[in-house]
Design a protein around this ligand. Structure first.
Ligand code: DGT
Ligand code: CA
Ligand code: CA
Ligand code: ZN
Length: 648
């Protein structure tokens, strides 16, 4: 069921308290919504909503309030709710009428609740008047134009529902890396903490750091003797909305946001980006979201093989299996088995004869390969490189000494210049670049030339003060210049010449998306030729799960940039590290590297928290074969300053 997040959570095995404050607040909210869907009395609905809100902001320990009976004295909690909560928290049993409410509501109506902007009241109305009982039948009704004529609805709201359905299906198909990792790491930690678990590892596309994740895969190493108790404990973890299947060694689940111990929020999102991923509805979409997860339980001596197999990718596995075959070996999730010994045997029976491997590196070694980092396992040449000891020495977060594209309150950032610099220093960085928006971008509060130059004087004074104090940290002063008509930059050339660097970015997405590849590419080549341009910002403008980028021939762009670099003029390509963008795509990073075009991993931070998005940029850079020396980020301030003077 798509609205899996509406299942009642199972009690944790080690209660009381059997449920967390968050779980109880969520369930109360669900009950209110279900009551409303069934057309219950508005006062009853409101009492559950109020209780949910109250518990959501509670600072006292809910378990203690129940144990002491104080729960009955809380504002908004009457006798009925008080005993219901006591039973749930104290005994691990949800009240019968809440359970009934969940089982008696048609799943199709719950599914419709996932559509952004659509609430229970209007779902009930449409169900009553049009017989709409699922997302599919709602979509049909909207396409048949039967919703618009209903009182209080109209053509606009009908269109919004269609948009919402589109958004929901896109959102359901895959999840962004940051969200997938948030679920995956929370789930992995909970499993690792279970008694008897030797190791729990996130595998699949999450471990390979793909920009979007289909489902989570977790490999758990456990002795046979503990297998059953561990499997049961996993099924009883909080955060499980539904169990799709629980076989001998494989468990398939749906996780929802109750897996997070703190309440789920998405934090600050650049309005530009927010607009592309569902606007104000986005937080609701995420908060009501789910993700599928598959868990495999295997004994410790098999675990490295299972982990390697389920880390994938499928294409990498196939290349590995072929290499094994060439050596008379059979490679699968159970082992690396000499064909001569395996014979007719299958699965675990054949695996008895497997070569031993204490870890994944041993498997690679058996096949005469260097260990391949998970990010590279995409069959993009990594097996050959591992055979010839030519694997890249991938960049690490600890290599990062600074980043160029960040915003302050001068444009649309949330933090001051001082605070951004302070945070970068605390992160151990050696320098920080500030590139606020240019005047044409009014929605991002683009700064005037006068204000920009004033900011430059402030930067210079800080740098002078740090130099005097012997602090090894500096600010670079740049701008994120909007790319204008005809491949022009925003700000006059004499203003641009005052700056340390220029990040040139496209923001007029509608126009650029409406044009063909040839025209777009031509304009970008012109911008790159501008002597002031140092970095090409978010090269395609894509928003993951939101909108496609504009059409552009990035191979031509990169080749053009390569020519400049060969002639000694610095032209770098941005890898925008915001998990909403990850633009340059990892596949093209390898190409940039091959051409010798420096990569600038840029958090595009609009707040101090935004600076930590650098982590997603590093993940993506690693996936794209990038080494420290391929980036501007790993340079020290003095060297970078030198490089940036090589413009033109
Ligand atoms: P996703 O979930 O779509 O983001 O991508 P993955 O890579 O996590 O794919 P998933 O979850 O279907 O399977 C996890 C890994 O299991 C996959 O990366 C490789 C392995 N695997 C799955 N099916 C096959 C298969 O048919 N052949 C081989 N060789 N490996 C497979
Ligand atoms: Ca997966
Ligand atoms: Ca899977
Ligand atoms: Zn920016």
């Amino acid at each position: 069921m798509a609205g899996g997040s509406f299942a009642l959570p199972k009690p944790r095995p080690t209660g009381p308290p059997f449920f967390s404050r968050n779980q109880v607040a969520n369930v109360l909210h669900q009950v209110a919504v279900l009551l409303e869907l069934q057309g219950a009395n508005v006062f009853r609905v409101r009492s559950y909503q109020n209780a949910s809100r109250m518990l959501g902001s509670l600072t006292e320990d809910l378990g203690e309030l129940v144990a002491s009976g104080e729960i009955f004295d809380m504002k908004g909690i009457g006798k009925g709710l008080g005993s219901a909560l006591s039973q749930a928290i104290g005994e691990g049993k949800w009240p019968d009428d809440w359970v009934d409410l969940h089982t008696s509501t048609p799943p199709g109506l719950i599914e419709m609740l996932g559509i952004p902007g659509l609430g229970p009241k209007r779902i009930k109305l449409m169900a009553d008047e049009l017989g709409v009982d699922s997302v599919a039948s709602l979509k049909q009704a909207a396409l048949d134009n039967t919703i618009a004529p209903m009182k209080g609805f109209g053509a606009k709201s009908q269109q919004r529902m269609l948009d919402g359905i589109e958004l929901l299906s896109r959102f359901r198909a895959r999840r962004r890396l940051d969200i997938g990792l948030r679920y995956g790491e929370a789930f992995q930690r909970k499993i690792a903490a279970i008694d008897g678990v030797h190791r729990a590892t996130l595998a699949g596309s999450a471990r390979r750091r793909k920009d979007t994740i289909g489902d989570l895969d977790v490999v758990v190493s456990v002795d046979d003797a503990d297998h059953e108790t561990v499997a049961n404990a996993i099924l009883n973890l909080s955060g499980i909305a539904d169990v799709k299947g629980a076989g001998d060694s494989k468990i398939s689940l749906i996780l929802d946001t109750t897996i997070f111990d703190e309440s789920f929020t998405v934090g600050h999102i650049d309005p530009n980006v927010l607009d592309a991923i569902g606007g104000d509805d986005y937080e609701q979409l995420e908060a009501g979201g789910t993700i599928d997860a598959q868990v495999r339980l295997v004994p410790p001596h098999v675990e490295p093989f299972t982990l390697a197999y389920f880390t994938g990718s499928k294409e990498h596995n196939i290349a590995m299996r072929q290499r094994a075959i060439d050596r008379g070996l059979r490679l699968n999730e159970f082992g690396l088995i000499p064909e001569a010994k395996a014979g007719e045997l299958k699965g675990m029976d054949a695996a008895v004869h497997s070569l031993a491997a204490a870890d994944e590196a041993a498997i690679y070694a058996h096949l005469d390969l260097a260990y391949v980092p998970p990010e590279l396992r995409e069959d993009m040449g990594e097996v050959d490189a591992a055979a010839g000891n030519r694997l890249p020495n991938l960049i690490q977060t600890s290599d990062i000494r600074g980043a160029l594209h960040n915003h302050t309150t001068l444009s649309d950032g949330e933090a001051s210049l001082e605070l951004m610099a302070d945070t970068a220093r605390k992160m151990g960085w050696n320098w920080l670049g500030i590139a606020d928006h240019s005047p044409t971008l009014k929605i991002a509060n683009g700064a005037s030339a006068e204000d920009l130059l004033e900011q430059g004087r402030t930067v210079a004074s800080y740098n002078a003060a740090w130099a005097e104090e012997g602090v090894d940290f500096r600010l670079f002063h740049g701008v994120e210049s909007d790319i204008l008509e005809g491949g022009q930059l925003d700000h006059p050339d004499d203003v641009l010449a005052e700056l340390d660097y220029v990040v040139a970015s496209v923001h007029a997405m509608t126009k650029w998306r409406g044009r063909d590849e040839v025209d777009n590419t031509e304009e970008l080549l012109k911008v790159i030729d501008h002597p002031a341009t140092t970095v090409l910002g978010h090269p395609t403008g894509r928003i993951l799960q939101g909108r496609e980028g504009y059409e552009v021939d990035l191979f031509a762009v990169l080749e053009h940039m390569a020519e400049h670099n060969e002639e000694g003029r610095l032209k770098a390509i941005e890898l925008n590290a915001s998990p909403y963008r990850l633009d340059l795509d990892w596949r093209l990073c390898k190409h940039a590297k091959g051409l010798g075009v420096p990569v600038a991993i840029n958090p595009d931070a609009h707040s101090i928290r935004g600076l930590s998005d650098i982590a997603y940029g590093v993940m993506t850079a690693r996936k794209g074969w990038i080494e420290a020396h391929d980036t501007l980020n790993a340079l020290d301030g003095a060297t970078l300053s030198e490089r940036m003077r090589q413009r033109g």
